[in-house]
Write a protein that binds this ligand. Structure first.
Ligand code: GLC
Length: 462
């Protein structure tokens, strides 16, 4: 048996050591503290990574760190209307920030992707920020923070960016490649699931947190969009045996409003692996839907966040967990949990990743196993009453995570090898473990991140 108490203590110490300070106050956690690897930007506080740490802090009486984080990231938000293409769009939140000494004082330096590899835009940051603000309010009851005019303004800027300025007419959000946790080219541009699930959660957070005066119509737009988005995701992204059969019999080239095959999906684009892999019981949301496109890959964060936030219906949520159970070796393997399944290989790898040597099949973003995803699995499992599944996943993590020094990711079809270029002491791997233990010990904490079931889905002529 692994020394459990020590593992929790080790993780707590490691999380403590990752805390970043600004003017004497704890404001975030750095991404990784691996002395043997090049820091690159892993010595910065990433907005998406911090959410895992923040939820641990909120469940252990350390709310002030989360409050400080929310306040300083708000000051970093892009708040001016800009026509300069090299400046971040109004409302955007940075991917990460660091504290630097300049002219004898500390300053905060934000990165909106302009320093990141391939200059990717962190669209998920502003969505995570709203989700975290709502979690903070839930944990502390400090509604005054969200009601403050700066916060109301910050939220409205994010919502405008998502609701007003756009090129298309889908209820989903159109984004470039690599705009979320998968921040490299992986064929995840257009309407990737993870962004849609976070968008849905951010809208639900906004619905709760926006003050009722609605002079600009944003509050009404949020509620309307929630209904359309939920309908769109639940109907068009859903994949199970029945949907497979429908898609298999789709006719192409249908014109006009009565088209059944709205996205003009050609049945011959259904990959053979999917037909063989999809179990009789269970289902999941597709990775992406667009013109003549269904990305059949299973993306973990998007699917589990759909369960957690009630973007999926009760029945769909329970089917997603059934799928995880039925495909345990593929999706969980030896380290919960795979970021996406299956990996893209051969010519697909060349085309999707641009020959990316870090994203070779079954490594990193291309089918690697990421310990951070444990807490999403545990949260989804506890929410749907699958306690045993959650416990099994935590047990697997306990076997290796501490011994392997909390790696960022694992490689191989079943996640057996420490990732080739994985950082050790990766903060969100550490935080995910601690948070999972908290969630299972006290499921009350789930309410920080979950939303009530929602049956307001509205069909839209499309
Ligand atoms: C990598 C991951 C990204 C994460 C960052 C910091 O770039 O792809 O999701 O936020 O590292 O940990």
């Amino acid at each position: 048996m692994p020394p459990l108490r020590n593992l929790v203590e080790d993780a707590q110490k490691a999380l403590e050591a990752s805390i970043m300070y600004y003017k004497g106050q704890a404001v975030g956690t750095i991404a990784a503290r691996d002395r043997d690897a090049l820091a690159l930007n892993y010595d910065q506080c990433f907005v998406r990574d911090f959410v895992s740490s923040a939820l641990v802090f909120l469940t252990t009486g350390r709310e002030e760190i989360v409050r400080n984080f929310l306040e300083i990231t708000l000051t970093l938000q892009s708040q001016e209307r800009r026509m300069d293409c090299f400046k971040p769009g109004l409302g955007l939140m940075p991917a990460s920030f660091k504290v630097e000494l300049r002219g004898g004082g500390e300053v905060l330096i934000a990165d909106f992707g302009e320093h990141a590899i391939a200059r990717v835009t962190p669209i998920d940051s502003c969505l995570w920020w709203m989700i975290l603000l709502r979690a903070y309010v839930k944990a502390t009851g400090d509604l005054a923070l969200a009601n403050h005019s700066d916060f109301q303004h910050g939220m409205r800027l994010i919502l405008r960016l998502c609701l007003e300025t756009r090129f298309d007419m889908y209820p989903t959000l159109l984004v470039p490649d690599g705009s979320f946790m998968i921040d490299r080219r992986m064929g995840v541009y257009g309407y990737p699931l993870e962004i849609q699930a976070l968008f849905y959660a951010a809208l639900r957070a906004a619905e709760e947190l926006l003050l009722p005066n609605d002079l600009d119509g944003i509050h009404t737009a949020v509620i309307e969009r929630l209904g359309h988005l939920a309908f769109h995701m639940r109907s068009y992204y859903w994949l199970d045996m029945q949907r497979l059969s429908e898609i298999y019999h789709y006719k192409g080239e249908e014109f006009g409003i009565s088209a059944v095959n709205k996205f003009n999906i050609y049945a011959s684009s259904i990959p053979a692996w999917f037909i063989n892999w999809l179990p009789d019981e269970g289902g999941y949301f597709a990775g992406n839907i667009g013109p003549s496109l269904i990305d059949f890959r299973f993306f973990t964060l998007g699917n589990l966040m759909s369960v957690v936030t009630s973007l999926s219906t009760k029945e769909q949520s329970s089917n997603i967990l059934t799928l995880v159970e039925n495909r345990w070796d593929d999706l969980v393997g030896q380290m919960p949990m795979k970021i996406c399944f299956p990996a893209v290989e051969d010519r697909d790898w060349q085309l999707f990743t641009g020959f990316d040597p870090k994203n070779v099949p079954w490594s990193y973003h291309n089918g690697g196993n990421w310990p951070v995803l444990l807490w999403f699995l545990v949260a989804a499992a506890v929410k749907t009453g699958n306690i045993q599944l959650a416990e099994n996943a935590i047990k697997l993590t306990e076997l290796r995570l501490g011994k392997d020094l909390f790696p960022e990711y694992y490689d191989g079809k079943n996640g057996r090898l420490i990732g080739k270029e994985a950082r050790r002491y990766q903060t969100w791997s550490i935080a995910a473990f601690l948070l999972s233990k908290q969630l299972i010990a006290n499921p009350e904490h789930l309410k920080l991140i979950t939303f009530e079931e929602d049956d307001r889905a509205i069909a839209c002529e499309f």
